[in-house]
Design a binder for this molecule. Structure first.
Ligand SMILES: Cc1cc2nc3c(=O)[nH]c(=O)nc-3n(C[C@H](O)[C@H](O)[C@H](O)COP(=O)(O)OP(=O)(O)OC[C@H]3O[C@@H](n4cnc5c(N)ncnc54)[C@H](O)[C@@H]3O)c2cc1C
Length: 468
């Protein structure tokens, strides 16, 4: 079990606390700090032996609009444009009140994170963003900074302390029972236990279409909090919209942590085991993910040439093509025929596919799948003709579940009739309603920070019944 710089790690739970937070990902750490800043005695229980959950496995991109980094790069963006994009991407199935809440508080949360020492790298565009607004950060460092600040204010954490059941007195949640039977009473509880990307049973229940998808996420992300809240009658939203992400993984290294590559957005095509393309690769990586799952044998390959390799950027995980080559995770050949043989595709198939693709580009027309750009409506296609040629075996992976508990704009958990469950709050990937039917890159980390902070602050506002 690791020690945390600046934050005392408890080995036995106190009997009572003001705010009890479950889960040490970004939502939980933000909630803990916000509760501590509001002057409450706050305790965080983390199931596993370490902090981080999916947050520290992620690419670390947050979707913010109107930031200093954007201004520094001459990027025009605004909360209004962010709001429009969120609703467009979510196909207007999002809860507009949560979208408004995010847009209203994202910039102040960004400043709060920066005030606590978080630093963001170069901004770039990604899925669903009409202006570049993916802000990369070191998420492990981010959590350590938040926990240190919380510890300085008296907050505490316990690792290896899985919450098992919520305690309820008929009117309100009163605390939590741990898996070992010990209980902690609290004035309010914040559920920040993440999604259920690592729970095959819950995925089979809510997203049977993901049966053949790979899975990624924090080891503890089993949907515990979701089940605990549902046992008290909590509602859920957005479960039909669970999607997998394309290319974010290497099918032959399924246990590898971290992200994969999206060479398709820099010039690659995606082919199936028949050597054929199957999608317009400029589309949202979730849609490409759906298309890949429908291919025979599920495995596909991103195929590209030296021109695309030259656009590799090791600072942006999804464009870390050179890093993948160094790690021995790319197939490589001097000719397309050679690559076809390396992959084991039917003879002549990849040659025909690449020739057709290059011919469509040369003629200036859209190809058989309607592709005219590299990514979204941006970037000109380039022919795949410059050796050496590369292939990255790519699958569809469920990284996050994007759906979950119904919450109001105070982050109170609502039951199926829309009534708050007394003193129960939730934030982060465990919640539904914000994304709607589609996903914009950076909004999972984004919502964990923005809504985690709001949940912690509001939970801290519950009247204290502590007898000190
Ligand atoms: C490879 C990958 C790349 C990604 N890239 C991005 C990205 O760039 N941008 C983006 O916005 N999103 C990204 N995501 C999604 C994003 O990381 C998550 O949605 C987000 O970090 C969730 O934060 P969270 O705090 O809600 O949950 P988590 O960070 O998952 O934390 C939840 C914590 O709760 C703990 N827990 C679970 N059950 C219990 C229990 N019973 N008791 C106590 N603790 C419990 C877990 O162990 C875990 O530590 C990515 C995800 C992955 C896997």
């Amino acid at each position: 079990m690791r020690s945390l710089p600046g934050l005392p790690v408890e080995t036995a739970p106190p009997e009572r606390v003001g705010v009890l937070v479950l889960g040490a990902g970004l939502a939980g750490c933000a909630a803990l700090l916000a509760a501590a800043e509001a002057g409450r005695y706050a305790l965080l229980l983390e199931k596993t032996g370490d902090i981080g959950g999916s947050t520290v496995k992620s690419a670390g991109l947050s979707a913010f609009a109107g930031t200093d980094e954007q201004a520094g790069q001459g990027i025009a963006d605004s909360a209004g444009l962010l709001r429009k994009d969120l609703l467009d991407v979510g196909k207007d199935r999002n809860d507009p009140a949560l979208v408004d809440l995010y847009c209203e508080h994202q910039l102040e949360t960004y400043r709060w994170l920066k005030d606590h020492g978080v630093r963001y790298g170069e901004i770039h565009a990604a899925s669903g963003q009409s202006a570049p607004r993916s802000h990369p950060a070191d998420t492990t460092r981010m959590l350590e900074l938040l926990l240190k600040a919380a510890g300085d204010l008296g907050a505490r954490i316990m690792l290896g302390a899985p919450a098992h059941r919520l305690l309820h007195d008929g009117a309100r949640v009163t605390g939590v029972r741990l898996a070992d039977g010990r209980e902690v009473l609290a004035d309010a509880v914040v559920l920040a236990t993440g999604g259920f990307s690592m729970n095959p049973d819950l995925l089979a229940t809510f997203a049977p279409q993901m049966e053949h998808a790979l899975r990624q996420g924090g080891a503890g992300n089993q949907g515990d909090g979701l089940k605990m809240a549902m046992a008290l009658g909590a509602g859920v939203r957005d479960t039909p919209y669970i999607k997998g992400t394309y290319g974010h993984f290497h099918v032959e290294h399924p246990d590898e942590d971290g992200t994969g590559i999206l060479a398709v957005y820099k010039g690659a095509i995606a082919v199936n085991r028949e050597g054929r393309r199957f999608v317009d690769e400029s589309r949202n990586y979730k849609e490409i993910g759906d298309a890949a799952l429908a291919q025979p044998g599920v495995t596909t390959w991103q195929v590209f040439d030296a021109r695309t390799m030259a656009l590799a950027n090791d600072e942006v995980p999804i464009y870390e093509f050179a890093g993948r080559e160094r790690a021995g995770m790319l197939l490589k050949a001097g000719t397309i025929a050679g690559l076809e043989a390396e992959i084991g595709l039917p003879e002549g198939s990849l040659r025909r596919t690449v020739a057709d693709y290059n011919a469509a580009i040369a003629s200036g027309r859209e190809d058989a799948f309607g592709r005219v750009h590299l990514s979204g409506g941006v970037g000109e296609r380039t022919p795949i003709d410059r050796p050496p040629f590369y292939a990255h075996p790519s699958g569809t992976v469920v990284l996050a579940t994007y759906c979950g508990l119904t919450v109001d704009t105070r982050m109170r958990v609502l039951d199926w009739w829309g009534e708050p469950i007394g003193r129960l709050y939730a934030a982060g990937e465990i919640t539904g309603g914000f994304h709607g039917a589609g996903y914009m890159t950076g909004t999972s980390i984004g919502k964990s920070g923005v809504f985690g902070r709001i949940a912690g602050r509001n939970a801290a506002g519950e009247e204290s019944e502590l007898q000190w």
